[in-house]
Design a protein around this ligand. Structure first.
Ligand code: NAP
Length: 484
């Protein structure tokens, strides 16, 4: 099956922070892959902007090296690399000063799609928006892309929204949550709303509970300084896990338009029940032979920031009345996975004599690794011995179902950037969504701060603190295993 390429119009994409880690590791290699896939239209240009002194040639060299490091495969296609390099330009700009802006204005074309990617810290968003406006650069249909973190609480997120709103309409703003660009996240919507099979069962009559797990084996690494001010709740739950929860729980939108989808997601966030401390576990990883402890990693011996969090919440609406949603995420756990498990209720009555085990259908949606879906079903154990029942997974790994070699799956950043160019906001967070997510998150954080809560220590390579198991056991449930 050949990859379907949707043509996009020519564009000028300005990447503020074009020399930074994100630009070099994700954005530019991603765009180069789209170039290889034939999705970069003739004349498309990418303009890196940052303070470092550099000309176009030096920038091209820097980016060629970055692509070689972060995507050696694509860097071997010399024709593609040559073409991609020709599309690159560089402008020296300090977001907080006025130099360089006239050069950018002169370079930009007026009659193509134009997007400004703010791949810099949020403290510069206001400066960038202000100067783009002040120097007469922006046009009404320009797009602006902003990176996470979008605030660290409701007040700061509101301020960022207000700063952007001074110069851009909401329809121009693309707030990135790269989780939404993942193939399987979109498949989540395809599975739910493209099949007749699941939707009738997708409610409190049939679903016992839902688990969302995002586990990492790595620690905070070089991000310690940033992470220690943030923690798992702000860094992962408020955005990525919340977005997954929305997609799994939202009502069917009446169409796939950006606002139809985002309206439904917003309703989910607004219906989220506050989390009380009985249903919340925070943790910090200890040291082991493979690495230092969390506190050593962040160089803060008294840190109370969590590298692990598990919680239970509810969505207070008709569809989900009484159905708990469990979420957990952490670093240095036993495996790397992002999985959503929809655990269906027990069979009310078994007709098979001697069968006393609890057979449950579980629909597991794997975002990574091995993107795919498996459905746990109960079958007869093959062989003699009567009707002995076992649970087996019906596994559909997407790479097996379609020829992954030929279907060139774009990674999250590639997809999202191309959506910006196409003007499709469906996979981006709207301002009110982000604020609603913080409005739910803030009291949880304030609660543990007021209580002086200290995170529980957990062994690296485990599933997190013992209390996280208790969170489930108290409800007569258990976490699904994190596969190694
Ligand atoms: P970084 O490596 O520190 O890069 C920052 C970039 O901003 C550099 O290009 C820097 O270049 C430029 N810059 C800094 N101050 C500037 C100013 N006053 N005017 C113009 N340019 C300026 O940061 P990053 O990792 O790329 O992250 C960028 C943003 O994305 C951050 O908000 C981060 O939280 C977010 N993010 C990053 C990742 C990731 O994987 N790295 C993932 C998700 C979100 P000069 O020093 O040359 O000016």
């Amino acid at each position: 099956m050949a990859a379907r390429t949707i043509p996009v119009d020519s564009f000028d994409l300005v990447i503020f922070g074009g020399t930074g880690d994100l630009a070099r590791r994700k954005i530019l290699p991603g765009l180069c892959r789209r170039c290889l896939a034939g999705q970069m239209p003739e004349g498309a240009r990418i303009i890196g902007a940052a303070r470092s002194e550099m000309d176009d040639d030096a920038y091209r060299k820097m980016i060629a090296e970055a692509i070689e490091e972060f995507d050696p495969k694509v860097s071997k296609d010399t024709a593609c690399m040559d073409r991609f390099m020709c599309s690159l330009h560089y402008v020296e700009i300090d977001a907080t000063g006025d130099g360089g802006w006239p050069d950018l204005k002169e370079l930009l074309r007026k009659d193509v799609i134009r997007a400004f990617y703010f791949s810099v810290g949020p403290s510069l968003f206001d400066d960038l928006a202000e100067r783009l406006h002040k120097h007469g650069i922006t046009q009404p249909d320009d797009r602006v892309v902003v990176e996470k973190p979008f605030g660290r609480d409701l007040a700061s997120a509101r301020e960022l929204n207000q700063d952007l709103a001074k110069h851009f309409d909401e329809s121009q703003i693309y707030r990135i949550d790269h989780y939404l660009g993942k193939e399987t996240v979109q498949n989540l919507m395809a599975v739910r709303f493209g099949n007749v099979l699941f939707e009738p069962l997708w409610n409190s009559h049939y679903v016992d509970h839902i688990q969302i797990t995002v586990a990492e084996t790595v620690g905070v690494g070089g991000r310690g300084g940033y992470y220690d001010k943030s923690g798992a709740m702000r860094d992962m739950v408020q955005n990525h896990l919340m977005q997954l929860l929305c997609l799994i729980a939202m009502e069917p939108p009446n169409n796939f338009d950006a606002d139809a989808v985002r309206d439904e997601k917003l309703k989910v966030i607004r219906a989220l029940r506050p989390v009380d401390y009985h249903h919340l576990v925070r943790g910090q990883y200890e040291a082991d032979e493979d690495g230092p402890s969390y506190r050593e990693d962040v160089e803060n011996p008294r840190s109370h920031t969590e590298s692990f969090i598990a919680l239970r919440t509810h969505i207070d609406n008709w569809r989900w009345a009484g159905v708990p949603f469990y979420m957990r995420t952490g670093k240095r756990l036993k495996g790397r996975t992002s999985t959503i498990d929809v655990v269906f209720k027990d069979l009310g009555h078994s007709i098979f004599p001697g069968d006393e085990s609890r057979h449950r259908n579980i629909l597991s949606i794997r975002l990574q690794p091995n993107e795919g879906i498996d459905l746990q079903v109960t079958i007869k154990e093959p062989g003699p011995g009567g009707m002995r029942l076992i649970d087996v997974p019906l596994d559909m790994t997407f790479a097996d179902a379609v020829d992954a070699e030929e279907v060139d799956l774009p990674d999250a950043y590639e997809r999202l950037i191309m959506d910006v160019i196409r003007g499709n906001q469906t996979l981006f967070m709207r301002g009110d969504e982000v604020e609603a997510a913080w409005a739910w998150t803030d009291p949880i954080i304030e609660g543990w701060q007021a209580r002086g809560d200290v995170p529980k220590l957990y062994e690296p390579g485990s599933t997190g603190p013992e209390d996280s198991q208790m969170l489930m056991h108290r409800d007569g449930r258990r976490w699904r295993d994190i596969k190694v």
